[in-house]
Design a protein around this ligand. Structure first.
Ligand code: OSB
Ligand code: MG
Length: 368
């Protein structure tokens, strides 16, 4: 295939309820949606998961647009591509900017799946008909409210509950939740809010039978996480620290984590995500698919990725209606009893809803 035209759209979608983390609160999701067309007129879709502000990683919506327009699109337009695995090497001369790269690579995977007449799941070698789903819940204004919110999603059947923690909103919250929900699979995500100076807090969290503690320490650290992992029995899950297969290899060799959260955008695309998955499988390290409050396009890719066999823990791939009044795909992603049925149709398994996409588009530009 050859990409002959790429459209970047800036979308703004309102979140049904605000989402609060240790680094800030989201009220809306603004992101870049990318549509690539090849010489046969096949459209493939990709989503950049970069946020408006550099809170989670250094990438933002605007830096992504800059990278796409000035570097990545010129590198890929009209280049002959046999397989999506060729996209990452094509971008190798551009450092980092993984979320921008991933938006194009995802669209290439979509076109590739369509050209080879298969679902993205089959194109990736996935082998599940349904996937288990967990949910990530933001920080609430009181412990009572947090308990009420968790209870709602436990009742909906989500297979694992993740709560966000930050200094001052940690041990007491987890203790209260554990007392109320003694048997629920539960985990905490700190989004890098602690340091080794807080080891006493982290050791207290170790007492509540959490499935894992996600990214307690600095976003670029694997050394201190290794020190911490030796002192707590709860597996550490790395999110922000893992941006490539190389990062995963080093973290596992150092003993910095027992679990890895794989996000397609953070690692630069589906091919790299698959490589990390394969490496972790070989090393006996379980993985799961994280979320970035994606629209249906990114969510569809997450679902396909999760069908790979070492995605043994429930991901943060909640249903469309948890986030939005209306998603930008048809049908929307539905979670029932904590499962998503994996679509078998050709491509990403969901149709872009052009009307909804138009409604949420703030600006757009076509490159050819
Ligand atoms: O750390 O996993 C995270 C959302 C935004 C930024 C970072 C994270 C998250 C989530 C939400 O936890 C997962 C989701 O529901 O998409
Ligand atoms: Mg996280």
């Amino acid at each position: 295939m050859k990409l002959t035209e790429i459209t970047i759209r800036h979308l703004k979608m309102h979140l049904k309820s605000p989402f609060s983390t240790s680094f800030g609160t989201f009220y809306d999701k603004e992101f870049l949606l990318l549509e690539a067309k090849d010489e046969q007129g096949t459209s493939g879709w990709g989503e950049s998961v970069a946020f408006v502000a550099p809170w989670y990683t250094e990438e933002t919506l605007k830096t992504n647009w800059h990278m796409l327009e000035d570097f990545l699109i010129p590198l890929i337009l009209n280049k002959e591509i046999q397989h999506p695995d060729e996209v990452t090497p094509l971008f190798a001369g551009i450092r980092k900017n993984n979320m921008a790269k991933s938006a194009i690579e995802g669209a290439v995977w979509d076109i590739y799946a369509q050209h080879t007449n298969q679902s993205l799941t089959d194109a990736l070698g996935g082998n599940k008909n349904k996937i288990e789903v967990g949910i990530s819940l933001g920080i609430q204004e009181s412990i009572e409210k947090q308990i009420t919110v968790v209870e709602h999603y436990v009742k909906e059947g989500y297979k694992r509950i993740k709560v966000k923690i930050k200094p001052g909103w940690d041990v007491q919250v987890i203790r209260s939740l554990r007392e109320r929900f003694p048997d629920v699979a539960m985990m905490a995500d700190a989004n890098s809010a602690y340091s080794l100076e807080d080891i006493n807090i982290l050791k207290q969290l170790d007492e509540y039978n959490l499935t894992m503690i996600e990214q307690p320490l600095a976003s670029d650290d694997i050394i201190d996480h290794a020190v911490l992992q030796k002192q707590i029995k709860t597996p550490i899950c790395l999110d922000e620290s893992i941006n490539s297969l190389e990062d995963a290899r080093k973290a596992i060799e150092l003993g910095s984590c027992g679990v890895i959260n794989i996000k397609i955008g953070r690692v630069g695309g589906i091919s790299e995500a698959k490589k990390i998955h394969d490496y972790c499988a070989e090393k006996g390290v379980p993985v799961w698919c994280g979320g970035m409050l994606e629209s249906g396009i990114g969510r569809a890719q997450n679902i396909a990725l999760t069908t790979l066999s070492n995605f043994v823990l429930p991901g943060d791939t909640a249903g469309s209606s948890h986030y939005w009044e209306k998603d930008i795909i048809n049908p929307e992603v539905i979670v029932e009893d904590g499962y998503i049925q994996v679509p078998k149709t050709i491509g990403i398994g969901y149709e872009p809803n052009m009307e909804a996409i138009k409604e949420f588009t703030v600006s757009s530009k076509v490159y050819k």
